[in-house]
Design a protein around this ligand. Structure first.
Ligand code: PRP
Length: 214
């Protein structure tokens, strides 16, 4: 990527729509046509380059220094465990990390290995380690709720937003782990060498957040 430009990695997935609306409101997103299949947009006026990547890849691009900033769900930040800084809680994409399953499922029993299906094996292992509960993890890429339904797992660890997917499948939250929302992230090198430009963007975002909260 060229010098002088600030590069921002934006997610194409679940929080993409909200991220776009947000950027549009800030007036730093004029050049982007959401219907387009193009993956890189450059705003020559403010020297900002936007790249569109899969949500799970935002952390990789920022961690590797290809992007200076990224918008990503805290779920991915926690799972990837990379050396990145969280600059702002953007307040959208709110949901929770929760353990879910059939009602009355016992989570904790030293004599039993709990089987857990999830898209987030690292967070899952860390959580149950902190509870001294032995587990077997089944890594899935989506529709994790199927785990208990077909007997692959006893429970799931997943993001829960409205709870409607759990409800539609006869499952319920058994324990909440932590709150999730979209975060603005950067890497230590960009934060050191492009601090002023990054400050400009975060100030704009913070002003916007204050207005939204009024
Ligand atoms: C997520 C998550 C749950 C669902 C939760 O899946 O994995 O399945 O959304 O949302 P709810 O509580 O509002 O029902 P997503 O829609 O991203 O699809 P996926 O299962 O294919 O990953």
């Amino acid at each position: 990527m060229d010098k002088g430009y600030l590069t921002i990695a934006l997610p194409k997935g679940r929080i993409a729509k909200e991220a776009m609306i947000y950027m549009e409101k800030l007036g730093i997103y004029d050049v982007v046509k959401s219907s387009s299949r193009k993956l890189i947009f450059t705003d020559e006026v403010i020297k900002v380059r936007y790249m569109f990547v899969k949500g799970v890849d935002v952390v990789t691009y920022v961690d590797e220094g290809v992007a200076d900033l990224g918008v990503v769900g805290r779920d991915i930040v926690l799972e990837e465990g990379a050396d990145i800084y969280e600059l702002l809680d953007l307040g959208f994409g709110r949901c929770k990390f929760s353990i879910a399953g059939y009602p009355d499922t016992d989570l904790y029993s030293k004599d039993k290995v709990l089987r857990v299906a999830t898209k987030y094996p690292n967070v899952t292992k860390k959580f149950f380690q902190s509870k001294n509960q032995p587990i077997e993890v089944f890594k899935l890429s989506g529709s994790v709720e199927l785990g208990p339904l077909v007997g692959l797992s006893d429970v799931i660890m997943d993001i829960v937003e409205s709870g409607s997917t759990l409800k539609a499948n006869g499952l319920t939250v058994l324990e909440d782990i932590t709150d999730i929302s979209a975060r603005l992230i950067t890497n230590p090198v960009a934060y050191r060498y492009k601090r002023n430009r990054i400050k400009e963007i975060t100030n704009m975002l913070e002003e916007r957040l204050d207005k939204d909260n009024d």
